[in-house]
Every structure is written in structure tokens, then in C-alpha cells.
Design a binder for this molecule. Structure first.
Ligand code: FAD
Length: 447
């Protein structure tokens, strides 16, 4: 609570642009703690936010004056190697989860930053360097244990899997964190893993157009065992970087990246075989030492960007508010696209790649200029890209319902009505409960 010595740190989000002062933060150690916290809040009509890794871009896991229910002390993982199932408490950060699974030479497809929470990541989708082969994190999700609001003032634990509350499992696979209740545990299907091959190519900034156009033409043609990224940095920063991970050998990877190497004049190329856990560390490195405040938006390319689209990227990065601005893309499709858009709440199955538009800064007075740059870039890309990933939320998107969920939005509102009819779990872009259908059942109906 405010006044506690631990409060100043406990209230912080990863994005220091967010600066909220909750009335109380509850660090839960058990499902019972979570149930009690929800009941306490409901009895007193205190607004609730749910928190795991604190990485929400827009700070949706905190608020002024309400209760933050934080599951981060809940980090247990148990692994059934025989059945290839891991039961994972939702407070664990990704780095720790990768390490625990690695002790059994297992993995789930997940994101790159080690301190992102598995809860927010998996509930919104979860993209990473195994996506093209094994899909999104939520595609490995078999079941969810969740504390939901019940009755007028209460809370209860339920399980959603293919047999029980299957609609809630559907919604938990891409519907976004914080909407339906508090996930306390996940069961994931896990994959065996050993060595992987990784690459890194650096180009000078002048090769931006050549590198991006080669990358986007190339990645759909290679095996799904290879997932790749390209990071277009600001002109001040001066570099273009592509990285990728292959479930295969360094020799094979060297062959596969040849078309990329023919673009522009790469200044650095490295390809090597490493144990999977070293690759996790390699990809995590790029997230360190960033400016602490940021504005990020996301969007998807369903077709290759035409030359005019790539020129938009170049123009914005040539006129970035500071050196920390960048446009990062990751290849998708593969296993992600083999699941139909309505089979889970994650709708953007047919996208070729995702784009993350980001700007970062240190001082508050820089905020408006940076946020405006991201906003204008998003608008300028509209002819070529569409939608947004719910895990890259952006408060300036007016039609966020469509952007995040497309055709799945209505179904999500019906599921919301079933599990949280009183809208206990809400925030600026949360899914509202559907209004009652006009043909409500009459009292005494036998149906
Ligand atoms: C540095 C960085 C790197 C990233 N890299 C990737 C990446 O590689 N791949 C990718 O797909 N995404 C990535 N992301 C985006 C990330 O997936 C989202 O920010 C995600 O929502 C973070 O989850 P969290 O638990 O850390 O955050 P939180 O801020 O704790 O939560 C995010 C949302 O989930 C809700 N939530 C949290 N815990 C629970 C719970 N137990 N039950 C129900 N709802 C809950 C919150 O209320 C909030 O709405 C990255 C983000 C950052 C900042």
C-alpha cells in the first residue's frame, strides 16, 4: 500500500511512461489469495487490474486508486515428460520458463524478452522464434485455470479445456489478458528441442529498401523451421538487422539465407549452431538497454509491402524523433496460418508478418513528439497493412475491436457476458459483455 517501503517499486510497469498509483497491490501466492483479493475488491466496489509480467504497452495491468492483483509470486512449473505437458503457474516470466523447460530439453513457442509474463503473452497470442514451426504460444495451450467473478460479490476457480468451459479456452487463445478473469495456471503442450542454428545480418542504413524488400519476398519461400525478423532502425542509429532461428544445422541455414545476403551490401554476417537456451539468450539481448519510456503500435502485412510502402518506412525512420525509433517485423504464416481465423480468438492467422512501430525516450517532455510519430506512421501504413495484435495495444486506435479481433469480436462479447456479466474485469480497451439478446428466454421456459 502507499507508504510501504516496497510500494514505489511495486507500482512500476515495465513501460515507465505509465505512472499509476494503485490503492493496494496484492502479491498472490496461491489461487486462494487470488479468490480472496477479487472478493475483497468486489465487496468494496474497488476497481481491479490483473498483473503478471507488467509488460503491457499501455499499462493495462495497473490503475490509479484500485487494486492490482499480481500473480508474479506464482511461478511453479511441473513437467510430465512422458505426456509432453507442462503445467505452468501464470506469474512466471518467460526467461525462467524457458530455463525450466530446457532442463528437460523441452520448449514452448513463446516470445523473446525474458521478463515478459507468460500470462499476458499467452492470453493475447504469443509470437516468437518458433512461431512458423510450432505456432503461437496460445496454440500450445491445452487448458487454463482461471479465477472468475461469480454472483454479486464473489469469485471462484474454474478450469477451461476442450471439455469444460471450452468457450473460455477459445477466448483465452488470443482474446487478450485482463478480460475474463485471472488466469492462475496453464497447461501447455511442449516440444522436444536441442540445438538450433541462428543468424544475424547487419546492413548499413542506406540498404533499408533493398534489405526489407528482399526479406519480405524471401521468408515465405523458406522452410517453416526458420522464423526470422528484420529490424529497421532510425537513420541516426544507422543499421538494419535481420536475425532468425532454424530448427536445423548452421550449414543448412547458410544456404537458406543466400537470397538475403545478395541484397545490398551486408557489413556483418554470423551463422552458428547453439543449444536452444543460448539462442533464447541471444534473442533476449536485443531487448536490453532500451530507453525506459515508449509508445508502440503494431500492425500486420497480409501482402508484401509495395515499394511505396517501404518508402514510407524509410521516410519515417529518416525523420524519427530520436535514435531509439524503429520498425521491427517478424515472419509469421507457417503453423500460425494452418489454424483457421475463427478456431481461436487470435484472428490474424493469414498475416504474412507483423510490424511493430516503436519509439522510445527518456524525458517526459519528449513523449508527445514520439507518440505522434508512431501515430502518423501507423496512419501512413494504412494502405498496406491492417489490424493490430492485442499484445501490442495502442490506445489511439479507435476501432480497436475490429483491429484486434475482427470477426471474432462478437463471439468474445458473448463469452464475456457468460463469464463476467457484471464487467468486473475492465480497462480502456477491454471486451464488453454482449447486451442481452432480444429474444430472452421467458421465465418458466423449458428450453
Ligand atoms: C520488451 C518487450 C518484449 C516483448 N516481446 C514480445 C514477443 O517476443 N512476442 C510477443 O508476442 N509479445 C511480446 N511482447 C508483448 C507482450 O506479449 C505483452 O506486453 C504482454 O501482454 C505482456 O504480458 P505481461 O504478463 O508481461 O504483462 P502485464 O502488463 O502484467 O499484463 C498484460 C495484460 O494481461 C493481463 N494479465 C496479466 N496477468 C494476467 C493473468 N494472470 N490473468 C489474466 N490476465 C492477465 C493484464 O491485465 C494486461 O491486460 C513484448 C513486450 C515487451 C514490453
Amino acid at each position: 500500500m502507499p507508504g510501504d517501503p516496497a510500494y514505489p517499486k511495486a507500482r512500476l510497469e515495465f513501460n515507465r511512461r505509465v505512472n499509476k498509483f494503485p490503492r493496494v497491490i496484492v502479491f498472490c501466492r496461491s489461487v486462494r489469495d487470488v479468490v480472496n483479493a477479487v472478493k475483497w475488491a468486489r465487496e468494496r466496489e474497488v476497481r481491479i487490474r490483473v498483473r503478471s509480467g507488467r509488460h503491457s504497452y499501455e499499462g493495462f495491468s495497473t490503475l490509479n486508486g484500485g487494486i492490482v492483483i499480481d500473480v508474479s509470486p506464482m511461478r511453479k512449473v511441473s513437467i510430465d515428460r512422458h505426456k509432453r505437458i507442462a503445467t505452468v503457474q501464470t506469474g512466471i516470466p518467460l526467461g525462467m520458463l524457458y530455463s525450466k523447460l530446457w532442463t528437460k530439453r523441452l520448449a514452448i513457442p513463446a516470445g523473446t524478452a525474458p521478463d515478459v509474463g507468460v500470462a499476458g503473452l499467452a492470453l493475447g497470442g504469443g509470437i516468437g522464434l518458433l512461431s512458423r514451426k510450432y505456432g503461437l504460444t496460445c496454440d500450445s495451450l491445452k487448458s487454463v485455470e482461471m479465477v472468475v467473478a461469480s454472483g454479486t460479490n464473489s469469485a471462484k476457480r474454474i478450469v477451461a479445456d476442450n471439455n469444460r468451459n471450452a468457450d473460455l479456452l477459445w477466448a483465452s487463445r488470443g482474446g487478450g489478458g485482463g478480460n475474463f478473469g485471472i488466469a492462475t495456471s496453464f497447461k501447455f503442450r511442449v516440444k522436444p528441442i536441442r540445438d538450433v542454428a541462428i543468424y544475424r545480418i547487419l546492413w548499413p542504413w542506406k540498404d533499408l529498401e533493398a534489405a526489407y524488400s528482399a526479406w519480405q519476398a524471401w521468408f515465405p519461400t523458406v522452410t517453416d523451421r526458420l522464423t526470422t525478423t528484420i529490424d529497421l532502425q532510425s537513420r541516426q542509429e544507422g543499421k538494419i538487422e535481420s536475425t532468425g532461428q532454424l530448427l536445423g544445422s548452421a550449414d543448412e541455414l547458410k544456404r537458406l539465407i543466400q537470397p538475403l545476403l545478395r541484397a545490398g551490401t551486408p557489413i556483418e554476417v554470423s551463422v552458428r549452431t547453439v543449444p536452444f537456451i543460448k539462442a533464447v539468450e541471444f534473442f533476449a539481448e536485443s531487448d536490453l538497454n532500451l530507453a525506459p519510456k515508449f509508445k508502440i503500435s503494431g500492425t500486420y502485412a497480409f501482402k508484401p509491402l509495395p515499394p511505396e510502402g517501404i518508402r514510407v518506412l524509410r521516410r519515417f525512420l529518416a525523420n524519427a524523433p530520436n535514435r531509439h525509433a524503429s520498425v521491427w517485423s517478424q515472419s509469421l504464416a507457417g503453423a500460425v496460418a494452418r489454424i483457421p481465423p475463427t478456431a481461436t480468438a487470435y484472428v490474424h492467422r493469414q498475416a504474412r508478418n507483423i510490424l511493430e512501430l516503436s519509439s522510445r525516450w527518456f524525458k517526459d517532455e519528449e513523449a508527445a513528439r514520439n507518440a505522434d510519430w508512431v501515430h502518423r506512421l501507423r496512419q501512413a501504413l494504412k494502405p498496406y497493412t491492417r489490424g493490430d495484435y492485442v499484445n501490442f495495444p495502442d490506445l489511439s486506435i479507435r476501432d480497436w475491436q475490429q483491429a484486434y479481433y475482427g470477426v471474432n469480436f462478437k463471439r468474445l462479447t458473448r463469452i464475456k457476458r457468460k463469464y463476467d456479466p457484471r464487467n468486473v474485469f475492465r480497462f480502456a480497451q477491454s471486451i464488453p459483455p454482449a447486451t442481452a439478446p432480444r429474444t430472452a428466454l421467458r421465465k418458466g421456459s423449458t428450453r
